[in-house]
Design a protein around this ligand. Structure first.
Ligand code: NAD
Ligand code: PRE
Length: 361
């Protein structure tokens, strides 16, 4: 692929454009808000000038409700050899395009399974998709050359291609993305009118559960409107679990010992099922989940601390698999949790202590 046109230069479009530009592809940037395209260009994602002629690949990264319109327009004016979109839902856009009677052989619906709770080009990064699944939904009619262009894009973004049927994709993301998003919003909504004294105690647990609730509601209304049935089915099962859990908690309040025992069994069952589901969440780069050990380091909130920790870990010969930072409430300090291979944990602990770091036991 030598040239590409990204239409919709927000978080996802600009991240893909940064990755492609970094691999030498000439990327043109367009957005219905020209300021967004200018910002993306200023970040080094490409040029906001209109291409002279057809490009190799058009990548539509507009909100889901606009995808079919934008694609249809680009296809009618022959803007490229191949066309893809990156919307979070796949069945709806394809059907909308079919209804318009367009030739869909040069089109593939795709979806990178990576994002952030922030929108716009300023939130973009060229490594956003690294190691993440990128779903492609070709059909029997898809032009092979276009499939190859899409695979090239996925490879330039260092993502992992996954081929799926569009409707099967929508059912899968209802489970792993859309339903969890609503649950996160509902947990976060409990905080809206909560007392300040309680909110001040927020720790890492609630931060993990509510991060995605900060996302742009307009985008999520589009996504959920395009996949309401599968999400409603999942939430119906979720509601049944909730009811059972409430029943078990009420039983735990009982003065009757048998009822309390039943309540305790009910709660243990929810927690056990949670453990069983959680271990199925794939690990880094889509590999089977791996158990890492955490080494927790106290840091002052000063520039360069993280860089020093990483350099000292390298000196100790330890590979850091993942990192998480927890800020201490009301203090200029924090805790850095370094996830490492269990065998490397004592080596890292000793190495960091030797270099003056305070390690939490
Ligand atoms: N945010 C995520 O985590 C995520 C992850 C994977 C896929 N997606 C999908 O990627 C797409 C973009 O999402 P985002 O998070 O980058 O959103 P964003 O809000 O950051 O960017 C969307 C951009 O599209 C532009 N736009 C809106 N209507 C347009 C139109 N008609 N023509 C041209 N440009 C238009 C907006 O001005 C904006 O710059 C969506 O379809 C979304 O479902 C999002
Ligand atoms: O991690 C996040 O912030 C996301 O919003 C990512 C996420 C997801 O649910 O995994 C959200 C929607 C996209 O369609 C794909 C990815």
């Amino acid at each position: 692929m030598r040239t590409a046109l990204v239409i919709g230069t927000g978080l996802i479009g600009t991240s893909a454009a940064l990755a492609l530009s970094g691999r030498g592809v000439v990327v043109h940037l367009a957005d219905h808000d020209p300021e967004q395209a200018r910002t993306a260009a200023a970040l080094g994602a490409g040029t906001d000038e209109t291409p002279d002629g057809p490009v190799d690949l058009v990548i539509v990264a507009a909100p889901p409700a606009h995808v079919a319109d934008v694609l249809a327009d680009a296809m009618r004016r022959g803007a490229a050899r191949g066309y893809i979109d990156v919307a979070s839902v796949k069945g709806g856009p394809r059907r909308e395009l079919q209804e318009r009677g367009l030739d869909l052989t040069p089109y593939i619906g795709t979806h990178p399974m990576s994002g952030r709770e922030r929108s716009g080009p300023l939130a973009a990064t060229g490594d956003l998709f690294e190691g993440r699944p990128w779903v492609l939904t070709p059909t029997g009619d898809t032009d092979t050359e276009v499939l190859n262009l899409a695979l090239e894009l996925v490879s330039h973004c260092r993502a992992v291609p996954v081929v799926m049927d569009a409707d099967a994709h929508d059912r899968a993301v209802a489970l792993v993305s859309h339903m969890p998003h609503l649950v996160s919003s509902m947990v976060a909504a409990r905080l809206e009118h909560a007392e300040e004294a309680a909110v001040r105690l927020c720790g890492q647990g609630i931060r993990d559960v509510t991060r995605i609730a900060a996302s742009d509601p307009r985008m999520w209304i589009d996504i959920l409107s395009a996949n309401p049935g599968p999400v409603a089915d999942l939430l119906t099962d979720f509601a049944a679990d909730l009811e059972e859990t409430v029943r078990a908690l009420r039983a735990l309040q009982s003065s009757d010992e048998d009822e309390r025992r039943e309540g305790s069994t009910g709660i243990a069952d929810v927690l056990r099922r949670g453990n069983a589901g959680q271990v199925r969440v794939p690990g880094k780069h889509g590999s089977a989940p791996r158990a890492y050990e955490s080494v927790t380091v106290f840091i002052d909130d000063q520039p360069g601390q993280l860089a020093r920790i990483f350099a000292d870990a390298e000196r100790a010969g330890v590979n850091i698999e993942d990192v998480r930072i927890e800020h201490a409430t009301g203090q200029q300090a924090g805790l850095v949790q370094l996830a490492v291979d269990p065998k490397a944990a004592p080596v890292l602990t000793a190495g960091l202590r030797e270099r003056g770091w305070a390690i939490r036991q």
